[in-house]
Design a protein around this ligand. Structure first.
Ligand SMILES: *[C@@H]1O[C@H](CO)[C@@H](O)[C@H](O)[C@H]1NC(C)=O
Ligand SMILES: *[C@@H]1O[C@H](CO)[C@@H](O)[C@H](O)[C@H]1NC(C)=O
Ligand SMILES: *[C@@H]1O[C@H](CO)[C@@H](O)[C@H](O)[C@H]1NC(C)=O
Ligand SMILES: *[C@@H]1O[C@H](CO)[C@@H](O)[C@H](O)[C@H]1NC(C)=O
Length: 446
């Protein structure tokens, strides 16, 4: 017997078969070629020393250990989870971070609900989806979106969310809904991949500067999760940088020395393809790469074969091969760039030998050019420390968090936006970075 809500989903389901069969197009032709806002202003060097203190043990349970790393207002939860299943990971996480999850998720949910309603016009969502949000509420819309992406998503991801919800005693639906938000809000971010002559000593470095919503309170409980699969079915060890209760990947590095970064695109040109709401959400595409890809080639073939969703720019760097690629990403088309064929090619986004980079968006001349100058002016000298001191802070990118990956030495540097009641500058790129030695963290046994 069908319950009322089942009937409702059936109805929406039929509706969707019709709607999603033709994926939606970038908002309107008029928008093709629009540029992002002109911002040529520069910031000040970040002169905070990098925090090099050792992680402090906080708590330990079956399948998980919780540490804190960093000092003062710039502390980060560092959690290790071990398991044979996604559920084991999630259960250990939810047990150790129960209080933090209860502080982050309800507040973030309330915030995003209001934010999305207020900015609906700018989000360029398909009309039918907008209608669900307006008429039924964001919760119904996201539950519905979850139904659309489920069949493309590894069930261990859902098992992990279930374990997290069970252990922390938070509503499972709130957890799944928050993981759908990345697809409909667009972070404006920056990335680079640098190797060979551009860096000091020929290191492979990657930048992930996340410019997203700093008013959702996510940064109050930043978490770096180190996953330790006990079976190869769950891939290999990797590090994910996020917030209490969030298991999608926006930022992270793997034990096979692959790094990932991403930019949401609001100003595409007509070289991008269509978008779709049904496919594997990009936060799980990125996570898959860290968890399962062994080489850059693995990662690129996964991206080319997976059912993609929205317009993005991705960065993947490989410390083993000493190179990086940038990917122009959409539902219907994908293009892979190295330093020889990087796009968009313009006087505000010139190619740089041994580098791929993108500042804030695709058609974003002022921000692209600032990042270009910061790299080219320091060509041959760039280290993680210099990047922190004199690139992200100067070009002003990474307000919510910044990750700088040293993929040669397996070290990650992370900073987060100022949390509630904390002191100092607001933006992550102006705050103290914490150094995390992943050689040690990936090797930690329970
Ligand atoms: C952007 O702003 C700078 C400084 O105000 C100005 O010199 C430049 O012409 C502007 N560029 C565009 C494309 O408007
Ligand atoms: C810990 O992980 C093991 C598998 O590695 C699993 O059998 C066990 O149930 C887990 N314990 C808890 C409390 O989740
Ligand atoms: C690095 O720079 C040197 C000297 O400028 C040049 O000869 C060499 O080809 C460059 N190597 C690469 C990989 O670009
Ligand atoms: C910072 O970068 C600028 C060029 O973007 C350069 O002129 C300056 O010397 C650099 N400062 C430091 C401390 O490296």
């Amino acid at each position: 017997m069908f319950s009322q809500s089942r009937l409702y989903y059936l109805f929406i389901g039929l509706f969707l078969v019709i709607q999603t069969s033709s994926s939606y197009k970038p908002s309107s032709i008029k928008n093709l070629g629009a540029f992002c806002a002109n911002d040529t202003s520069h910031g000040y060097p970040n002169l905070n020393p990098i925090d090099q203190s050792q992680p402090r043990l906080i708590n330990k349970v079956e399948n998980g250990t919780l540490y804190q790393i960093g000092s003062g207002d710039d502390q980060i939860w560092l959690i290790h989870v071990y398991g044979n299943t996604g559920y084991d990971f999630g259960y250990a996480y939810g047990t150790l971070l129960r209080d933090q999850i209860h502080k982050v998720l309800p507040r973030a949910w309330t915030h995003f609900q209001q934010e999305i309603i207020d900015s609906l016009k700018d989000l360029k969502l398909p009309k039918w989806f907008e209608n669900i949000i307006v008429n039924q509420g964001l919760d119904v819309a996201l539950d519905f979106q979850n139904e659309l992406v489920k069949k493309y998503t590894d069930e261990e991801i859902y098992n992990e969310m279930r374990g997290l919800a069970d252990a922390s005693q938070i509503d499972y639906k709130i957890v799944t809904r928050l993981h759908m938000l990345g697809e409909i809000t667009r972070g404006r971010c920056s990335l680079y991949g640098l190797w060979g002559n551009v860096t000091l000593g020929g290191k492979t470095l990657q930048l992930r500067a996340l410019d997203w919503d700093v008013d959702a309170g996510l940064q109050d409980y930043p978490v770096v999760t180190i996953y330790h699969p006990r079976t190869s079915k769950l891939g290999h060890a990797f590090a994910n940088v996020a917030w209490a209760g969030y298991i999608g990947t926006l930022t992270g590095m793997s034990s096979l020395r692959l790094g990932i970064s991403e930019i949401g695109v609001s100003f595409p040109d007509n070289t991008f393809g269509d978008e779709s709401m049904s496919g594997l959400p990009f936060i799980f595409v990125e996570r898959y790469i860290l968890q399962y890809s062994e080489t850059l080639d693995d990662a690129l073939s996964f991206i080319s074969d997976v059912r993609r969703t929205c317009h993005l720019i991705l960065g993947v760097a490989d410390g083993k091969l000493g190179t990086a690629r940038m990917i122009q990403y959409s539902h219907s088309k994908v293009n892979f760039f190295d330093d020889q064929n990087l796009q968009p090619l313009a006087d505000w986004h010139p190619r740089i030998p041994n580098a791929v980079y993108s500042g804030m968006d695709w058609l974003c001349p002022s921000r692209q050019y600032k990042l270009y100058r910061a790299i080219i002016d320091q060509y041959g000298q760039i280290t993680p420390e210099l990047s922190i001191k004199n690139i992200t802070s100067i070009v002003k990118t990474g307000d919510l968090h910044v990750g700088v990956y040293d993929l040669t030495d397996n070290i990650m540097y992370v900073a987060n936006a100022r949390g509630t009641d904390e002191q100092g500058p607001k933006e992550a790129y102006n705050r103290q970075f914490v150094k995390i030695d992943l050689n040690i963290e990936f090797a930690r046994q329970q």
